[in-house]
Ligand binder design. Structure first.
Ligand code: NMX
Ligand code: MLT
Length: 426
């Protein structure tokens, strides 16, 4: 008989706990990283100071989810990815069906959420709307309720999973509601009892289905953005907030606030904006020469080229490759996609010549916007919401595992500049 996600985790957790306890007991003093002055000042880049088992980003290869390269997972449903992130295995067909049913059972969006969203200023950014809605849903937290009742530490993961299921079950509906409210698309569309997470999201947004192609694109989008190990701004923020035993609604909302920054998730909106600017300026698909000139103009005005560079990667992001392959298959003749593709042939060399960025190659945000644009999502301020719906899976799975393993409250030691100056003088 198929197991529920909770039953599967209940089987796994004792072994994981044992492994962690014995690692600390037997090898707690082994040094795994050192920190230089540059790293302390430079965003702790490369410092190994936290544990995340859901996924790993190899600088020269990109994302691996539970050891599987992301390229090999691109045909999977996001629901399968969530299960994989949490358990380390893909679900069987029966487990998947049961899990999808459970997700739908957690899918009710409280009525007060719609009131909150409808009362926000018309000029609010969609990310501010989504993050506010998730935070407002904290009222539903089973974790907080059980904590207040005095649950034992070993039980933390159970209500954390319950809250995670509630976030997962509702976030696509809330996200679609944000779209329809913000852009005045008409009445909200109720979730369906039948469709998978991505297809239902497309339907609730009210996008043209294009014979199922839009849902296919959405499955790919939600799978590719799901997780990127533990150190990125959103995951790390969610981790830190959750480590104080703030419940998953607080922690995910906080993580999403980080995703809303232009150096992180908001780069996808910035990126399409940049691409469309070049098309406007040059009246259609620009030539390589035009793109080179515009890239230099951007750099010389002190701005970054969005969608390029990465804090960890030193090669083209395989998630970009996956979008590019999709684009070549389904929208090769689309001028926006053609422009994105041409930018790819020009910008890395410009960045190399510029000589600052350690990684001149495209990241996940470089191409995704053109694809969303093609499928009818023209409001690019909305793009980071799709990233958020997907990234909630990574943040939530990391959070549940951390509560299961009793991960400590995050509290690195900071040092003062005076102390640093003193150290370098010694
Ligand atoms: N265009 C221009 N300059 C860049 C770029 C770029 N795309 N990428 C890095 N640099 C600069 C960077 O601003 C820094 O300059 P300075 O010394 O004046 O401060 C210098 O190159 C060294 O930075 P790196 O060590 O290469 O990059 P870092 O790890 O600090 O930052 C990013 C990583 C991703 C924040 C950075 O590459 C960037 O700003 N890229 C553009 C924004 C973007 O695409 N973000 C999305 C990342 C993926 N995501 O979805 O989250
Ligand atoms: C991500 O997907 O979170 C981004 O690529 C940023 C990162 O990993 O730092």
């Amino acid at each position: 008989m198929a197991k529920t996600l909770k039953e599967k985790l209940a089987d796994l957790i004792p072994k994981l706990r044992e492994e962690r306890v014995s690692l600390v007991k037997q090898h707690g003093d082994v040094v795994i990283s050192q920190v230089s002055v540059a790293q302390a000042i430079g965003g702790m880049r490369g410092v190994k100071g936290m544990v995340c088992d859901t996924s790993v980003v190899e600088p020269d290869k990109g994302l691996f989810i539970r050891g599987i390269p992301i390229m090999e997972l691109r045909e999977k449903l996001p629901e399968e990815i969530f299960w994989l992130l949490l358990t380390g295995e893909l679900p069987s067909a029966d487990e998947l069906t049961l899990f999808q049913k459970e997700l739908k059972e957690h899918g009710e969006v409280p009525k007060y959420i719609w009131k909150v969203l409808k009362s926000m200023p018309k000029t609010s950014h969609p990310m501010a709307m989504l993050d506010t809605a998730i935070l407002a849903m904290e009222n539903e937290s089973v974790f907080r309720q059980r904590y207040d009742e005095g649950m034992k530490k070993t039980e933390y993961w159970e209500p954390a999973l319950e809250d995670a299921m509630r976030v997962m079950g509702t976030i696509h509906t809330i996200a679609a509601g944000v779209y329809r409210i913000k852009y005045k698309k008409g009445e909200l569309i109720e979730p369906s009892k039948k469709l998978d997470w991505s297809a239902d999201y497309v339907r609730m947004l009210g996008l043209p289905p294009k014979k199922g192609e839009t849902a296919k694109m959405m499955r790919l989008y939600l799978t590719l953005h799901s997780d990127h190990e533990g150190g990125n701004v959103s995951a790390n923020t969610c981790h830190t907030v959750g480590s104080a035993l703030s419940d998953p609604f607080y922690a995910v909302s906080a993580g999403l606030n980080g995703l809303a920054g232009p150096l992180h998730g908001l780069a996808n909106q910035e990126c399409l904006n940049w691409v469309l600017e070049t098309m406007d300026k040059f009246g259609g698909v620009p030539s390589e020469e035009d793109i080179r000139g515009y890239a230099w103009e951007t750099l010389n005005s002190g701005k970054v080229i969005p969608g390029y560079g990465h804090a960890v990667l030193r090669v083209t992001d395989p998630r970009y490759d996956a979008f590019r392959a999709f684009g070549k298959q389904y929208l090769a003749k689309d001028p926006v996609f053609q422009t994105v593709d041409r930018v790819f042939t020009v910008v890395p060399d410009v960045l190399k010549e510029h000589g600052k960025a350690k990684n001149p190659w495209p990241n996940v945000d470089a191409g995704s916007g053109a694809i969303l644009f093609h499928y009818g999502l023209k409001e690019f301020e909305y793009y980071t919401i799709l990233f958020s719906v997907s990234r909630s899976m990574g943040m939530l799975s990391q959070l549940v595992l951390n509560r299961a393993l009793g991960t400590a409250i995050t509290r690195p030691k900071s040092v003062s500049t005076t102390w640093l100056v003193g150290q370098v003088k010694q």
